[in-house]
Design a protein around this ligand. Structure first.
Ligand code: ARG
Length: 492
């Protein structure tokens, strides 16, 4: 065996073909770079060290390796950590390189680290371990964005603005109602990510290549040391499953789609002068000095492309893979990292843009009174006074403008009687006012003051519940970290 091959993936576990015994025959060749994931694995460098530590502690506790050897390996791992990923020896991946480094420091006994496991269960564990941190990061970002949306919604609960369907002025609503609509959508994105987290946080370690191991491993103990909620049972599934990546990236793709919507709305609204982004979230033109462009939001809108590409890349990579581990899986992982980084950034930028934007109340009020956006409210009023809604709709459509006389003459045409026979003039006139029109819509979830206040306080309550859930998850990882550290310290 070459020096390079010494200890790396040498099949001490006796776990079948999961780890090729790399002698000279496999140590080089033109495909070496193509095979290697070492640089991409920087992302799971810290995760791999934790996984190695937990595994070694468990091996010693189970009497599979001697305490002294465990101590030597754990000490070597500390040095590897301090030296950093950049100092690792060459290797096919981070798992192989760390093992080589340990063997270089400890001698042949360092190779005992890989007893009763394979890189297959190892990498699956590392990805889950690292992904938890990233999912917590994006979860945190969604919470901050929701906070920004709710705060701004509260201060603009009574700021009337035009509401659109088909991008045509439809009915007046409020800036608060508009912003809270996105908060509610992102709340579901938070929930989807929390849900995905539960399935990410399961431990495949101890599955070895796929077929289990003859050693008396304690998979539950390793899971505890690494902060996993549970152990994934069937070892063949555990070592090869990547659906946890799919569902995480799918939740991210959904979130990015939500973000692209708010970004698009804000781009349009800034074009119409409804809202002004702060300079920090705008950009200018290199040639047109007067320009202030909503570039950050355009990029947020585009991040949906990254997330959707990640999802489609993952699904295409995984489709049709036979059981159990196949090297294709190595190329699946970066799709997830790319998506989570891009979406986390986009969430943070959106939060900043929302928190610092200025809503132009005068322009919004003016624009809300444009056209006949109160038409539905007038039809509703007539229907409340006994005119069948369909007839009321026809009457208002016949009038075609926000004007009492036009409505009155339409009433004569459609109902054969003046409008005042059905509803007092003041009520019609007030229904023509955008602000009153909003106040009339006080159904559950509507924009009227009371309904809105209730909606905002429900949203706040849900946000607090989600904040607590995320804090609990963070805490549970922190205490697992401490536990692992304490156990390691017993050996070094
Ligand atoms: N670098 C590999 C990956 O990311 C690790 C597992 C390699 N296992 C193997 N049997 N070749 O998937």
């Amino acid at each position: 065996m070459s020096e390079q091959g010494s200890g790396i993936g040498s099949d001490e576990s006796g776990n079948g073909d999961g780890d090729v015994v790399r002698g000279d025959r496999f140590s080089g060749g033109p495909a070496r770079g193509f095979l290697s994931s070492l640089s991409a694995d920087e992302r799971i460098f810290t995760a791999d060290l934790a996984v190695d530590r937990a595994h070694v502690v468990m091996l010693a506790e189970q009497g599979i390796i001697e305490d002294e050897t465990a101590g030597e390996i754990l000490t070597a791992l500390n040095v590897v950590e301090v030296d950093g990923h950049g100092s690792l020896p060459d290797g096919e991946d981070v798992h192989a390189a760390i093992e080589t480094s340990v063997v270089q420091k400890v001698g042949d006994d360092g190779g005992k680290m890989h007893t009763a496991r394979s890189r297959n269960d190892e990498v699956a564990t590392c990805i889950r371990y690292r992904l938890r941190e990233d999912v917590l990061g994006v979860l945190d970002a969604t919470l901050a964005l929701r906070e920004a949306l709710l705060e701004t919604a509260e201060s603009h609960a009574n700021t009337v603005m035009p509401g659109y369907t088909h991008l045509q002025p439809a009915q007046p609503t409020t800036v608060g109602h508009f912003l809270a609509s996105y908060e509610q959508a992102i709340s579901r994105d938070t929930e989807r990510l929390l849900d995905a987290y539960g399935r990410v946080n399961q431990s495949p370690l101890g599955s070895a290549a796929f077929a289990g191991t003859p050693f008396d491993v304690n998979r539950e103990r390793v899971a505890d040391l690494l902060g996993f909620d549970s152990v994934l049972g069937n070892s063949m599934d555990a070592s090869s499953a990547r659906d946890f990546l799919v569902e995480t990236v799918s939740a991210l793709a959904n979130l990015a789609t939500t973000l692209s919507g708010i970004a698009e709305d804000l781009v349009i609204y800034s074009n119409r002068g409804f809202v002004e982004l702060s300079d920090d979230y705008s950009s200018t033109s290199s040639i047109m000095p007067q320009k202030k462009n909503p570039d950050t939001l355009e990029l947020v809108r585009a991040v949906a492309g990254d997330a959707h590409a990640g999802l489609s890349g993952l699904l295409s990579t995984l489709k049709g893979l036979p059981r159990a581990y196949n090297r294709d899986l190595q190329r699946a992982t970066p799709h997830a990292w790319g998506a989570i980084d891009a979406v986390t950034d986009a969430v943070e930028v959106t939060a900043g843009a929302v928190a610092t934007a200025t809503w132009n109340e005068d322009v919004l009020a003016e624009e809300s009174a444009e056209g006949f956006s109160t038409a539905t409210g007038v039809a509703d009023l007539l229907a409340m006074c006994g005119v069948p809604f369909r007839t009321a709709h026809e009457l208002v459509a016949t009038a075609g403008e926000a004007d009492y006389d036009a409505l009155d003459s339409a009433a004569n045409d459609v109902l054969g009687a003046p409008l005042a026979e059905y509803v007092p003039r003041e009520e019609v006139e007030s229904a023509l006012d955008p602000e009153t029109s909003v106040e009339m819509r006080d159904s559950h979830g509507g924009p009227a003051g009371d309904a809105m206040a209730e909606g905002l306080s429900d949203a706040e309550a849900t946000l607090v519940v989600h904040e607590e859930s995320v804090a609990e998850l963070v805490e549970s990882l922190e205490s697992a970290n401490e536990l692992l550290q304490t156990e390691v310290n017993d050996y070094v």
